[in-house]
Design a protein around this ligand. Structure first.
Ligand code: FES
Length: 183
């Protein structure tokens, strides 16, 4: 009669099964890990989303109707604004390093500086004798945008992207949704 307490012998077949399973697992991990790291890279150390405090050249309560003031994302530490919406070359979640605070009537909006055609930086151009309509103009392919961000002239087919913002503690400060880039 066999001794029930005696340890089971590992057969050659069982050992080879374990060895093959281990080899296949190691092969799959070695092949798949770099692909996963490529698809979902770890964010740089110190990267953090949150409101960015920005100072305005023209305080909100002095911004005239039909005018705009430019803001830049803070550079110390290096940061960027995050678009809330977008079309064409811009999408929600895309980054912008500059923007315009725009007053039209009683409405204040903040638009990313990125042209919705191919992303060049727009300029604010007040109306003049040679430029009958106040607009945001793109130097790359001639797109123009109304003060409310809508398209005045193509080739851009989509409006400017909004940024989400709120007033800061003083009229010359606003908080804009953004990200500290961590590099
Ligand atoms: S990138 Fe602005 S018109 Fe083309």
């Amino acid at each position: 009669m066999a001794d029930a307490a005696a340890p089971r012998r590992v057969t050659r077949r069982t050992f080879l099964g374990w060895w093959l399973a281990s080899l296949m697992t190691a092969t799959v991990v070695t092949a798949v890990a770099p692909i996963l790291v490529f698809l979902w890279p770890a964010p740089p150390k110190g990267q953090k989303k949150g409101p960015l405090l920005v100072s305005l050249d023209t305080p909100l309560d002095q911004l005239q109707d039909g005018t705009a003031t430019k803001i830049l994302a803070p550079t110390s530490p290096n940061s960027a604004f995050i678009m809330a919406d977008g079309g064409g070359d811009n999408s929600p979640g895309d980054l912008a390093f500059g923007a315009f605070v725009v007053k039209t009537g009683s409405t204040v909006e903040v638009f990313a500086q990125n042209c919705s055609h191919l992303g060049c930086s727009i300029s604010f151009v007040p109306a003049s004798d040679t430029h009958p309509e106040t607009s945001f103009d793109c130097p790359c392919h001639g797109s123009r945008f109304h003060m409310d961000g809508s398209v005045l002239h193509g080739p851009a087919a989509y409006p400017l992207s909004h940024l989400t913002w709120k007033q800061g503690d003083s009229p010359n400060q606003i908080q804009v949704d953004g990200i500290v880039l961590g590099f």
